[in-house]
Write a protein that binds this ligand. Structure first.
Ligand code: ATP
Ligand code: MG
Length: 581
């Protein structure tokens, strides 16, 4: 029996008429879903099987590069056959539509087969970070009632073996590198796949059927299980077209870990829907490897995150000069605010600028972006996508949108409810979900401002806002100024309680390699901040750290900096990456 997890839909879909209009403005090529003959819609079908019988069929869908530089290619046709076999395999395991299939693997071909096959079977796909420890894995599997897990033998032995049989819903483990111990209910992924039928079949899912369950990054607290439905694919396609400028002629690389929502929406679904060739690199970050890949694979469109960009900046300017990056025509960033310094650096050193865009696990796809076709405003998130209405909601009790004529007032960033990839619930947290909506707006929990040209500027998370002597200070503004100093690799800013000012601004700074912290540098940074921000906003104190605590999706965890500073409990740290202080 599959337990229903679907919460009441709060979306009134009122905004969908505008959305459809925006969708109709663009060429139908691959940017509009081909409905199933049943009238339903299925993400797996849109990504893969819709290309069968078209000129895309034999095109390379995925070029996978292993850690040891082995290259394996899958055409759209091959990926269709493999994912159909996976869908068939799920049914042979006796699992019904709606079952929850979890993946716990890195960027391996089996991940893509699993994700697409799961969706085509009408089941729910949930990716986890393979670097998670046993506890975060177990709690996410318990919350989501996992039925099947696809993983590796090593991960299984290390992280699942001792407890998985205690989970009542978990029926089978599929091991991508075989089952040498012949454990009951553990299966060799590839032999099951080889024995399954490759004939293309797609479950007749309806737009509101659940397709994806994603866990948030856990930056502000305990990660939430976010529910997405098959209709989301409409926005996956259109947003990749508008905000990432993806065309079928592109060779595209998304560096996001598959455990994060970006790794699914823009690391699997959207690029395949649009018929591009996707590069998948199994290895972890390495500056030289990354530049080599960009060059050798002739990558044209690249989607990455500020944390990676900061690491590339840290690796120095001489390295990229050794590579021919001339194929690159569009670069984009998501996940955290992109400091203006990073935009300027990329333009100067890589030859084109990064385009920042904003979205969340809850929004399912990009909402606000610096478009390819519009001027970038460095430091801003850009403008809402066609069909997406964004506003700034007053944080006083009125909860009313701030007039567009009143620019640069801080409020909560909100999106008009009803876009296709809007989340349909927090798993088992209906009240929390309902509290996200007011007067037809979805409240993002982020603070932002809108300028007179309609660009949105990130200020900080609501939880991270600093109130000092009557000033509202967003950490991003202060961090960006510190980043301007050539010695600084990254910065995280928090407010610490102060009896006079309410809160004082404190900055934590990690330096570039080879630079050591001393009083002189500290004074220089304080001076720079005072000059640029004024004494009221500049940090009163700067502490140096080797690294800043980050989530596995690369976000600075300011709440952890604060808890440590104040000697408070650290709260949920299940998504914390190793963190050298
Ligand atoms: P949790 O909700 O568990 O605290 P999280 O919000 O970090 O974690 P995600 O959904 O992965 O989980 O991240 C969305 C958040 O990331 C946004 O709400 C925003 O704070 C931040 N973010 C994403 N893109 C940008 C951007 N371009 N500029 C500024 N912030 C961004
Ligand atoms: Mg969040």
């Amino acid at each position: 029996m599959v337990k229903p997890i679907f919460n009441k839909v709060l979306a009134d879909n009122a905004n969908l008429t505008d959305y459809k209009h925006a969708q109709n403005q663009i060429p139908p090529l691959c940017t509009q879903p081909k409905r199933l003959s049943s009238g339903g819609i299925n993400i797996g079908y849109e990504a893969i099987d819709r290309h069968l019988g078209t000129p895309f069929e034999d095109k390379v869908a995925i070029r996978w590069i292993s850690k040891k530089d082995q290259i394996v290619e899958f055409s759209y046709h091959q990926l269709s056959k493999q994912s159909s076999a996976f869908a068939d395999l799920i049914h042979h395991l006796g699992l019904a539509s709606g079952s929850r299939i979890y993946s716990l693997i890195g960027r391996r071909p089996e991940l893509y087969i699993t994700a697409l096959g799961t969706l085509k079977a009408g089941c729910v796909f949930t990716p986890l970070f393979s670097a998670f420890g046993p506890d975060p894995i177990r709690s996410r599997m318990e919350i989501g009632d996992a039925n099947v897990v696809v993983t590796t033998l090593a991960l299984y032995r290390k992280k699942l073996k001792s407890w998985w049989r205690e989970l009542p819903h978990l029926k089978a483990i599929l091991l991508i590198d075989g089952n040498p111990d012949n454990e009951p209910d553990c299966f060799d992924f590839h032999s099951l796949l080889a024995n399954a039928t490759q004939q293309s079949t797609t479950a007749k899912t309806q737009p509101e059927d659940i397709a994806l369950l994603h866990f948030t990054s856990g930056t502000t607290g305990k990660p939430k299980g976010v529910i997405h439905v098959h209709q989301a694919v409409e926005h996956h396609m259109i947003s990749a077209y508008y905000a990432l400028d993806l065309k079928p002629t592109d060779t595209y690389w998304c560096t996001a870990d598959p455990g994060w929502v970006t790794g699914t929406t823009y690391g699997i679904i959207a690029p395949l829907c649009l018929g591009v060739t996707m590069i998948v690199d199994e290895a972890e970050f390495d500056a030289e490897r990354w530049y080599t890949l960009l060059q050798d694979q002739h990558i044209t469109v690249w989607y990455t995150a500020p944390t990676a960009i900061r690491m590339l900046m840290k690796a120095g300017d001489a390295l990229p000069a050794q590579f021919d990056l001339s194929a690159l025509r569009f670069m984009s960033s998501v996940g955290e605010p992109l400091n203006p310094e990073a935009v300027e650096w990329s333009n100067r050193i890589l030859g084109i600028p990064f385009h920042d865009n904003w979205w969340q696990t809850e929004t399912g796809g990009i909402m606000i972006a610096n478009y390819p076709s519009e001027p970038i405003k460095p430091g801003s998130m850009g403008q809402p996508l066609p069909g997406i209405e964004a506003t700034i909601i007053n944080t006083d009790d009125s909860n009313q949108p701030i007039e567009e004529q009143a620019p640069m007032i801080i409020g909560e960033l909100a999106i008009k409810s009803g876009w296709p990839s809007m989340f349909r619930g927090y798993l088992n947290q209906q009240q929390k979900y309902e509290r996200c909506f007011t007067n037809g707006w979805y409240l993002s929990g982020d603070l932002a401002m809108r300028d007179e040209d309609g660009y949105f500027w990130f200020v900080g998370r609501k939880d991270d806002l600093i109130k000092s002597s009557g000033h509202l200070i967003g950490p991003f503004e202060v961090e960006s100024v510190l980043m301007e100093h050539p010695a600084v690799a990254e910065a995280g800013v928090i407010g610490v309680p102060d009896p006079v000012a309410g809160q004082l601004v404190k900055a934590f700074v990690a330096l570039k390699p080879g630079i050591s912290a001393d009083d002189e540098l500290q004074q220089a940074l304080l001076g720079l901040a005072r000059k640029k921000l004024g004494a009221a906003v500049a940090p009163k104190e700067i502490a140096f750290r080797k690294n800043l605590p980050k989530t596995r999706s690369g976000k600075i965890m300011r709440r952890l900096l604060k808890a440590r500073e104040l000697g408070l409990p650290e709260g949920d740290t299940s998504t914390l990456e190793s963190d050298e202080q």
